[in-house]
Ligand binder design. Structure first.
Ligand code: ZN
Length: 125
């Protein structure tokens, strides 16, 4: 665990900051689901909260409601591997995201969806 992981946003921050944080996650993936690439409408806990998953960036990914609902409390990687839209590049992106390497995660997502525009922030990075 990195020291910054110790910030449990939902516990420490007012609601507004949590909302802004959630929005920033969506912005990272251009408001697309990290699993299937459709518009993201929710935040999915990679390790479900019911299994002790924390509400930190490393454990929270933008997801569409369908993926979020179908995945439910399953292990994200096992569940994802069984999906028709499984893409190993996206699986690697999710792994990088949970490792806290958002930059690598975004590169991999971009690779999985080359048509997706690159945000100015990422071009500068
Ligand atoms: Zn999805």
């Amino acid at each position: 665990m990195h020291s910054r992981d110790a910030v449990f946003l939902e516990d420490l921050c007012p609601k507004l900051r949590v909302r802004r944080w959630r929005q920033s996650l969506h912005t990272f993936t251009h408001k697309t689901c990290i699993y299937c690439g459709k518009p993201s409408e929710s935040i999915d806990h990679v390790l479900p909260q019911s299994r002790g998953g924390l509400s930190v960036t490393e454990n929270c990914v933008p997801a569409c409601l369908a993926c979020n609902g179908r995945k439910s409390d399953a292990d994200a990687f096992e569940w994802y591997r069984r999906q028709r839209f499984y893409d190993p590049r996206r699986a690697m992106a999710i792994r990088a995201w949970t490792d806290g390497d958002l930059r690598l995660a975004l590169r991999l997502l971009q690779w999985a969806s080359p048509a997706q525009a690159v945000s100015p922030a990422m071009q500068a990075a």
